[in-house]
Design a protein around this ligand. Structure first.
Ligand code: CP
Ligand code: NVA
Length: 300
């Protein structure tokens, strides 16, 4: 079975640091590997995407390859034929499969049967490339430290779960501030806490949470596939909005992060998103470099 990246916990801490090193080299232009020369990478998208799709396609081209964009209409994964059969067939044409879909179990099924690396480009459960890129952005801005206080505010979702997975490998102080009705995945939270690599706190108090924060992170209150719950989530989560009043409680050097796309005026105000603490567009840029590093690592 080829090596895949479905969750950050598929990687050891050493491998994560190696990916960050590769990322730095590629961003500086110190390395220009071409693992996909003469090869094709399939990018399957069952949900919309700007950053992930564009950065993967650009990255695949920069690594010498050709990318093939595949929508639900073409393959209808798991419906038109079994995931097993689709994985076996795709492995005969493609050097890597990048997939964004709803069900994390479908991606696990694909990786279990594919003979080439599978990269999770977001499921309902996790978004590993995003959080690896975001931590790289923190390293670039502030350097390595094992006691960063990262505070996630808002819906307990695939982004929150991915922070927990990173905290299961790399030491940090991770605080998740959300309502009791919108927690992160129970099993992922439990595993991250049990591993004991990081200090992890779940709270429903946003003001207390951000005190002394080095990073304040937020994401949309209703993720893709949950837009029917937008009103209910907005009601539950409005006190977790990242705005300038909340920011006053954090460290003066704190970075504000958002995976984007943002719903400005809901989970984050314009003032903060366009303000001096915000690094949201650096995070977006780093998606390109981290995904190139991930592809090089998996193809080695
Ligand atoms: N952050 C992120 O994954 O953005 P897209 O949904 O636009 O790919
Ligand atoms: N939680 C968001 C992240 C988008 C990049 C979603 O899944 O829609």
């Amino acid at each position: 079975m080829a090596r895949s990246l479905l969750q950050i916990t598929d990687l050891s801490a050493d491998e994560i640091w190696h990916i960050f090193d590769l990322c730095k080299m590629m961003k500086r232009g110190e390395a220009a590997p071409k693992p996909y020369a003469g090869k094709t990478v399939g990018t399957i998208f069952h949900k919309p995407s700007l950053r992930t799709r564009l950065s993967f396609e650009a990255g695949i081209a920069e690594l010498g390859g050709h990318s093939l964009y595949i929508t639900k209409d073409e393959i209808d994964l798991g419906k038109r034929e079994s995931i097993h059969d689709a994985a076996k067939v795709m492995s005969r044409y493609l050097a890597t499969i990048v997939i964004r879909t709803f069900s994390h179990a479908d991606v696990e099924g694909l990786a279990a049967h594919a003979d080439v690396p599978v990269i999770n480009a977001l499921t309902d459960l996790t978004h590993p490339c995003q959080i690896l890129g975001d931590y790289f952005t923190l390293l670039e801005k502030r350097g390595p430290r094992d006691d960063y206080k990262i505070v996630y505010l808002g819906d307990g979702n695939n982004i929150t779960n991915s922070w927990l997975n990173l905290a299961a490998r790399i030491p940090m102080r991770l605080t998740i501030a959300t309502s009791t009705a919108t927690p992160p995945d129970e099993a992922i939270l439990k595993r991250a806490k049990e591993l004991g690599v990081s200090d992890i706190l779940l709270t429903d108090d946003p003001k207390e949470a951000v005190r002394g924060a080095d990073v304040i992170y937020t994401d949309v209150w209703a993720s893709m596939g949950q837009k029917d719950k937008a009103e209910e989530k907005a009601r539950l989560l409005k006190q977790y909005q990242v705005n300038s009043t909340l920011l006053e409680q954090a460290s003066p050097y704190c970075l504000v992060m958002h995976c984007l796309p943002a719903e400005r005026g809901k989970e984050i105000t314009d003032e903060v998103m366009d303000g001096p603490h915000s690094v949201v567009f650096d995070e977006a840029e780093n998606r390109l470099h981290i995904q190139k590093a991930i592809m090089v690592f998996l193809m080695a």
